[in-house]
Design a protein around this ligand. Structure first.
Ligand code: ZN
Length: 314
């Protein structure tokens, strides 16, 4: 079963899952990709990074196939998500689907604006969907005050789910296989691997390109396990499209791990008898490790929860 190339009225029930679990196990990823391209050319596919700097650096991606588009993640603000939709409309190809990598509001809050008036699949792992819905009221309480008019009130959530190792096919060039990563940077992360001539994946916030990461979901031990898994499973020349910053490769995962280790050491090395001084010391140490203030507020929000987990603060 294949999509007809002239079909522009695909509903979400029409999305195709073409393979089961195990595609990504070990070298199976490369072999599966080679086998698929031998039978059926992947077609034209081009990744367009849509980045904003306001209110902080954030990316979404437009994946352009021969006769359609898929967007990965949906931005945070009203203006960014509407601009993303306008960019998508500008290609003159139908938007086939939106994929959501993880349940943080800077990636899902713009879904309503992005898909306004369209009946298309918004796809994530079931866990990503459940957590985004579960935590939305809490996020709303905190974030609406931070971004005011720019915080979307028409927030919606995935309307279809995909399981680990399954492949989505939205037409020529638009085949994605999901990896279920579990808790890592967020309470549940995933990666969408794009089938095509070069190894490419959308990894959400599992890697930050030289920016301070959000660690307030407090799953850094799980994040480190996820990094180890990715280091063994992803091809070394794979382009990783990230949620914040420029693309990376799997070699960059070592830097992310080093950041997490340095952060833990900084918390353990601080004098928590004076919590304010301890927080300042951690911040100073991480600024020495990464002399940048990009996404510094993610780090600031992360210090106390991790200090509590490590038994250093109450
Ligand atoms: Zn993010």
């Amino acid at each position: 079963m294949k999509f007809r190339s002239d079909d522009t009225t695909l509903s979400r029930r029409d999305l195709i899952r073409v393979s089961g679990a195990g595609v990504l196990a070990g070298t199976g990823l490369a072999l599966a990709g080679a086998a698929a391209s031998a039978q059926e050319p992947a077609g034209l596919v081009k990744v367009h990074r849509q980045g904003v700097e306001t209110p902080f650096p954030l990316n979404a991606y437009l994946v352009e196939g021969e006769d359609g588009l898929v967007v990965v993640d949906a931005m945070l603000t009203n203006s960014a998500s509407r601009n993303l939709r306008a960019k998508a409309d500008g290609f003159g190809k139908p938007l086939r689907a939106v994929l959501l990598t993880h349940p943080h509001p800077d990636h899902y809050a713009g879904l309503g604006n992005l898909t306004e008036g369209l009946d298309i699949p918004i796809v994530s792992l079931a866990e990503v969907n459940d957590i985004a819905r579960r935590d939305d009221a809490d996020k709303d309480a905190v974030i609406s005050g931070m971004f005011g008019e720019e915080w979307p009130t028409n927030r919606i959530f995935p309307n279809d789910t995909i399981g680990d190792g399954e492949t989505l096919d939205f037409g020529p060039g638009l085949r994605f296989t999901v990896m279920d990563i579990g808790p890592a940077e967020s309470f549940h992360d995933s990666i969408f691997v794009l089938e095509g001539p070069a190894p490419t994946a959308f990894v959400g916030d599992l890697v930050y390109s030289f920016m301070h990461p959000y660690m307030a979901d407090n799953a850094n031990p799980d994040w480190k396990r996820a990094i180890s898994r990715l280091q063994s499973e992803l091809p070394e020349d794979m382009i990783l499209h990230v949620g914040h910053g420029l693309p990376a490769t799997p070699a960059f995962l070592a830097w992310q791990e080093a950041y997490l280790d340095r952060f833990e050491a900084a918390i353990l090395g601080a004098d928590w008898d004076n919590p304010d001084a301890a927080r300042a010391a951690v911040l100073e140490d991480m600024m020495a490790f990464l002399p940048s203030d990009e996404l510094l507020f993610f780090l600031e929000q992360s210090i106390l929860p991790n200090a509590k987990r490590l038994g250093m603060a109450e």
